[in-house]
Design a protein around this ligand. Structure first.
Ligand code: AMP
Length: 291
């Protein structure tokens, strides 16, 4: 039996329900999203269920994190479908606020974590992470969950949020959930719906190039060469532009350009670029074996 999903649109109602649950001794989890849900998002709900008795999801397409020439107006939106998926997954509450509820007239505050937000996607998307940091700080303050779950699909975002929560002393535990891929290896993304069948095939070059670079690195090929090979492979297979292919340490996101297979510090490959008008990102740990 699918339990009904409670949908709330105001911060007051969100706080009221969360306070009721916490007063009853129940742990509360939050899974922030922009909607257009897929199995990657639903894996975060499952992860949240393992850490809390009550799971809240939020859907808010945050204009602050989109650049002027980005896809804010065409970003896929289907609340009824998302709500049905959340209900079927056993989520208890959906917070789906209006724009005015989150950014009322006169809103002027920005949250920034520049050291973590500057490299990788921060270079190609100036201001993006400031928008993410601002909305996530607000969501965590308004919902005050015991735990919040974010996907490793957006590893730079996850790293920034961990720093933000620590720096601002927010009382929420941040949990990172593994990246979920399609059967052929492409990372699931709400933006994959933009891809034509031909572009969808080309997009596979991203996980394949990172996998190839990973194998080269583990075989002792120098970092610069492995990254350059991957970048060239992406260009050759239709990525234009290739924004970056980089190897960085997981904790600080500092470059790992001298990494060798005996380096004990966890490192991760990151790649991003565009196929047609669709920008795709991916990342792979150097530690875990890839399926
Ligand atoms: P979005 O709706 O794209 O803003 O993503 C909301 C949350 O879902 C973020 O924490 C993402 O990292 C996570 N997410 C998106 N795609 C995936 C995926 N393929 N695997 C795991 N988590 C994901």
């Amino acid at each position: 039996m699918i339990k009904p999903l409670q949908i709330v649109r105001t911060i007051a109602d969100l706080r009221c329900q969360r306070a009721e649950w916490q007063a009853a001794g129940e742990r509360v989890a939050l899974v922030p999203t922009m909607g257009a849900l897929h199995q990657g998002h639903l894996s975060l709900i499952a992860c949240a269920q393992a850490h809390a008795q009550r799971v809240m999801a939020s859907i808010f397409v945050n204009p602050l994190q989109f650049g002027v020439h980005e896809d804010l107006s065409r970003y896929p939106r289907d609340e009824a479908r998302d709500a049905a998926l959340l209900a079927a997954a056993g989520c208890h509450l959906l917070f789906a606020p209006t724009l005015a509820e989150i950014y009322p007239q006169g809103f002027a505050t920005q949250v920034m974590v520049p050291t973590i937000a500057s490299p990788l996607c921060g270079t190609a998307r100036p201001g993006h992470f400031d928008g993410v940091a601002t909305v996530v700080a607000k969501l965590l303050i308004m919902a005050t969950p015991d735990v919040a779950v974010f996907g490793e699909k957006d590893f730079q975002q996850l790293t920034m949020i961990r720093r933000l929560v620590q720096d601002l002393n927010l009382p929420t535990q941040i949990i990172g959930a593994p990246l979920v891929r399609d059967a052929d290896g492409l990372a699931l993304s709400s933006r994959n719906v933009y891809l034509s069948p031909e572009e969808r095939r080309q997009a596979l070059a991203l996980p394949q190039s990172l996998t190839q670079a990973r194998h080269q690195l583990l075989a002792g090929i120098p970092v610069a060469r492995a990254l350059d090979d991957a970048s060239k492979a992406l260009s050759a297979r239709g990525f234009d532009p290739v924004d970056y292919v980089e190897l960085r340490y997981e904790d600080s996101l500092a470059p790992a350009n001298d990494w060798t297979p005996t380096d004990p510090r966890p490192a991760r490959l990151f790649g991003a670029g565009s196929i047609g008008k669709t920008r795709l990102i991916d990342n792979m740990s150097m530690g875990q074996a890839m399926k």
